[in-house]
Design a protein around this ligand. Structure first.
Ligand SMILES: [Zn+2]
Length: 264
């Protein structure tokens, strides 16, 4: 499931392939993915226009058009972008297919159809309407501290809550807590300042490293827990067998040796 690093890479991919080309045609094959406009409206706002640049907030990309609108993409569980010139390269699940004047295409490919497409004239309004928290790469330590000292829930749940902090999901919250040596069920408001600061620091480093790797389609470092997040996976530090535990109905992977249970 795409989280902040993957979504950042999708935005950069769009910018690398699809800017300043006249959009000739927009084919909406799965209108149910479009949320706040209808398919005809989406076509009308895109066709005859050009993409200018892309921003990201949390797990959304916002691509500006030359008519003051922004195309907003959320990649759900299996969404991705695919730019191609040769029709043989068309992906199988192109829910929306954009064709440029030069004959090339940009597809929003999404086998499982949990992706979402919106259009807005104001990113700020959209973020407010969706009640998204600050972006995980943008947030500063002071704000981060204030958020976490008030939350009673499990730290993993708090990290994944898009209304509190935007961009982190099940996978990267496991990585952050592993590298910060904190149990996924530790209550957020019981952590001391040093622990919160550790979470903040490893979060920034993990996200930056992962963005860099995703941009060049490279695997994450073997010292991360993510490549070991599978049945019988072992901790890259202590070689201990990783454990799983349900946190807010999501499966967390953690190392029982490096991330000791935090008692209330
Ligand atoms: Zn370990």
């Amino acid at each position: 499931m795409p989280e902040l690093p993957e979504v950042e890479a999708f935005g950069k991919y769009l910018d690398k392939t699809s800017l300043d080309k006249n959009i000739e045609n927009v084919e909406v094959k799965s209108p149910e993915l479009i949320q706040n406009v209808d398919a005809d409206d989406l076509k009308e706002k895109l066709e005859g226009h050009k993409f200018k640049y892309t921003k990201r907030h949390g797990k959304y990309t916002f691509t500006s058009l030359d008519n003051d609108f922004w195309l907003i993409l959320h990649y759900g569980m299996t969404g991705r972008l695919k730019y191609f010139k040769n029709p043989d390269e068309k992906p199988s699940y192109d829910r929306v297919l954009i064709t440029f004047e030069d004959g090339s295409h940009l597809a929003f490919d999404d086998p499982r159809k949990f992706g979402k497409i919106n259009l807005t004239s104001s990113i700020e309004d959209f973020i407010k309407e969706k009640r998204l928290g600050p972006d995980a790469l943008e947030i500063d330590l002071d704000t981060f501290n204030k958020i976490f000292e008030k939350k009673k829930g499990a730290i993993k749940t708090v990290l994944m809550d898009q209304h509190i902090l935007a961009g982190i999901g099940n996978i990267y919250s496991d990585e952050i807590l592993f590298q910060a040596c904190i149990h996924p069920k530790a209550p957020a408001n019981k952590l001391d300042n040093a622990q919160i600061e550790r979470i903040f620091k490893v979060m920034k480093t993990i996200l930056k490293t992962s963005v860099d790797k995703r941009m060049i389609d490279e695997e994450l470092p073997d010292s991360f827990i993510i490549p070991h997040r599978r049945k019988n996976g072992k901790c890259p530090n202590s070689n201990t067998k990783l454990k799983t535990i349900k946190v807010s109905s999501r499966t967390a992977y953690y190392c029982p040796e490096c991330q000791k249970e935090v008692l209330k």
